[in-house]
Design a protein around this ligand. Structure first.
Ligand SMILES: Nc1ncnc2c1ncn2[C@@H]1O[C@H](COP(=O)(O)OP(=O)(O)O)[C@@H](O)[C@H]1O
Ligand SMILES: [Mg+2]
Length: 336
């Protein structure tokens, strides 16, 4: 992510639950978890936030700490390579702190095992020395709340998943919610965004607030350079055409994936790794970034034998679907 994006993103982050748009179920559930714990005067249960990128997991983690009035300590699965990395983090916690581990499914095994004990008993065993002389020293950890975020809850081990008291499943946003996100961001950024302009951008944001905000900034550039700064429907349409964002919001990578699936593999089934090689991407990116939306848009189905393009995908690419093409979402068995 470029620096400008990162700065803007943090200025656009909702700061408390009331500013957090959409995700009504998750918000209601979380509110109960937090209020219940506050009334009892104990740190809330550990929380797992699960869902595709850009839906508000990091924002929610920060909001949890803000609502509790405690500090947020931030780290990520890939940064916790050794158990010692985690022990250092844990020993610095103050009672009630929120420890946020992003991409928690990528945590290394020894750190994960240490985390079990910390989550359950608020203590860790630090092993000192090697071989027969090694001793393990128990270390107390201040009671804390772990908030884990993951784009792949299926990749979490059972024991880790079981230690979270609450899992929030983040869903893609409805266009109406994305319009609210856009209106709020436009207000903060000082963009003259008209309702029809918001409708146009929301419809192409793949159900994702981060993408909505990014498109808003690109459309703003276009409106300021080529127009008078106002973002109405026609400005939004013209701008999004320049940036290659199609009517459904599919971007280059989505289109490459669908194109390869249909043109090189006859619509599938094909394994995700093969598909990823065909588009020159990491399998994880294809799986975690592209596929959830393509599945939801009814373009791609995950089947036991591999990925399959639906009739809608062929049509979207301007091709005639073969007679045996699966039709729409929910038809084929969807798996994780
Ligand atoms: N519910 C929401 N309401 C308003 N803005 C949101 C919401 N969820 C996400 N955003 C916006 O999208 C951006 C990305 O959200 P983030 O929390 O970083 O997603 P994730 O961690 O799931 O990838 C945030 O900076 C924020 O501007
Ligand atoms: Mg995040």
């Amino acid at each position: 992510m470029v620096a400008e994006d990162r700065d803007v993103e943090s200025s656009l982050r909702p700061k408390d639950l009331s500013e957090f748009i959409g995700q009504h179920r998750v918000r209601e559930q979380l509110q109960l978890v937090l209020t219940g714990a506050q009334r009892r005067g104990t740190p809330p249960d550990h929380v797992l936030l699960s869902g595709p990128p850009g839906l508000g997991k990091t924002s929610l983690a920060m909001i949890i700490a803000a609502e509790l009035g405690t500090a947020l300590r931030l780290t990520s699965g890939p940064a916790l390579e050794r158990a010692g990395d985690l022990a250092a983090m844990l020993s610095n916690l103050v009672e009630g702190d929120v420890l946020f581990i992003d991409e928690i499914h990528r945590i290394a095994r020894p750190a994960e095992e240490m985390l079990y004990l910390a989550m359950e008993d608020f203590r860790v065993d630090v092993v000192v020395g090697k071989g027969p002389g090694a001793t393990s020293i128990p270390l107390e950890v201040a009671p804390f709340t772990l908030v884990g975020a993951t784009t792949r809850s299926g990749a979490l081990t059972g024991p880790l998943r079981d230690r979270f008291g609450f899992t929030a499943h983040m869903e893609f946003y409805e266009p109406a919610d994305l319009q609210l996100v856009l209106a709020r961001s436009a207000r903060i950024l000082g963009v003259d965004l008209r309702p029809e302009g918001a409708v146009e951008i929301a419809g192409r944001s793949r159900g994702t607030p981060r993408i909505a905000n990014r498109l808003l900034r690109r459309v703003r550039d276009f409106a300021e350079v080529r127009g008078n700064g106002t973002v109405d429907r026609s400005t939004a349409r013209a701008a999004l055409a320049v940036y290659d964002v199609d009517e459904l919001g599919l971007d280059r990578l989505d289109k490459a994936v669908l194109g390869a699936l249909v043109r090189s593999f006859g619509g599938g089934p094909v394994g995700v790794s093969t598909l990823a090689v065909a588009v020159g991407e990491e399998p994880a990116t294809v799986e975690e970034v592209c596929e959830p939306f393509l599945v939801r848009a009814g373009m791609l189905a995950r089947t036991p034998r591999g990925r399959v393009a639906t009739a809608a995908a062929w049509t979207h690419l301007g091709l005639v679907p073969p007679p045996d093409a699966v039709t729409g979402a929910g038809q084929a068995v969807l798996f994780d």
